[in-house]
Design a protein around this ligand. Structure first.
Ligand SMILES: O=CC(=O)O
Length: 321
């Protein structure tokens, strides 16, 4: 395989992947800092046999055209594929993989972190310390219990299931989930399949764990926030585009819901003057769901393995189709 060329679109890809691919292929790496933009990636595409995609840029026909007809394998180092024109890759017979499963625990940890943080008002608490308004008070800074609560998961995929598994230890009294269909895993986890409408009306914690698709884009809008309990907490560890952010800001300002915890938002990075940053009842993280040393190494390794399998004509471990 020595003559095969693989483009790696990001110089920060963990070494384990560089080593694995470097043993068998010639590597072309986008060394630009902090990371390569679209033009820089496009400039390095021509003539490669495979692409290790570790970029937020859109992976579409233009990239494939630039690469040329010999390019037949793409490994994306992400679970989400909302920046990938999957149908075009499929139609052109390109093998495509992503990295589900290996990030389930890390992302589920962040969902738990945000759920607890939003319920216990950590943004407001931190501001009180900084502003010198910390006071003793029997009724001061009271949060909400997760124990005894109803937790609704929108999308019971691998990440959703990991969230349920983790939250089971927190004494949640009822798990609900919504999605396309009832799942065997739901039964095993003692989670009840309900309609989206039931889920948002009944849950104390609503956790978004579904992919961003044409179906889920803007799913959480003012109408939904009106239906949610005014004591409820919204968590989003999926994609910012699933929430109509202006409607969420309004719902939080008007206390239509109690709080939100977001690892994802629109746009990313969030502008420093975003109204979200002014709110006390929101906990924000800069899209770090899968950002642990171990998880990123596992994602990189899986991507490299998938590319090698694809180039060698073997089935990939985690193909997209
Ligand atoms: O957001 C992270 C991912 O999709 O892997």
């Amino acid at each position: 395989m020595t003559e095969l060329k693989v483009l790696i679109t990001n110089h920060e890809v963990p070494k384990v992947a560089i080593d694995l691919l470097g043993e068998k292929c010639t590597l072309i790496i986008n060394e630009e800092k902090p990371y390569a933009n679209r033009e820089q990636i496009l400039a390095k595409c021509p003539g490669v046999d495979a692409i290790f995609w570790a970029s937020k840029e859109r992976l579409d026909a233009e990239v494939l055209d630039k690469a040329g007809p010999q390019m037949k394998v793409v490994g994306c180092m992400s679970a989400g594929l909302d920046n990938v024109d999957v149908e075009t890759l499929k139609a052109r017979g390109i093998k495509l993989s992503n990295t589900p499963v290996v990030l389930n625990d890390a992302v589920a940890d962040v969902a738990v972190l945000l759920a607890l943080g939003a319920a216990r008002r950590i943004t407001e608490g931190r501001r009180a310390i900084e502003q010198g308004t910390w006071r003793y008070g029997v009724q001061w800074q009271l949060g909400r219990d997760i124990s005894g609560s109803t937790v609704g998961i929108v999308g019971l995929g691998g990440i959703g299931q990991a969230i349920v598994t983790k939250l089971t230890k927190f004494g949640v009294s009822k798990f609900l989930y919504s999605g396309h269909k009832e799942k065997e895993e739901g039964k095993l986890l003692n989670a009840k399949f309900v309609t989206f409408d039931e889920l948002i009306k009944e849950s104390d914690f609503v956790i978004i764990a579904c992919p961003l698709t044409t179906e889920t884009k803007g799913l959480f809008n003012a109408t939904v926030f009106d239906k949610m309990k005014n004591t409820s907490i919204l968590i989003n560890i999926a994609r910012g585009g699933i929430v109509v952010q202006n409607d969420l800001v309004e719902a939080l300002q008007q206390k239509k819901i109690f709080a939100a915890g977001l690892d994802v938002m629109t746009p990313e990075p969030l502008p420093r003057d975003s109204p979200l940053l002014k709110l006390d009842n929101v906990v924000l993280l800069p899209h770090i769901g899968s950002a642990t040393i171990g998880t990123r190494a596992a994602m990189a390794q899986l991507t490299a393995q998938n590319i090698l399998m694809g180039l060698g004509g073997a089935p990939m471990f985690t193909p997209v189709y």
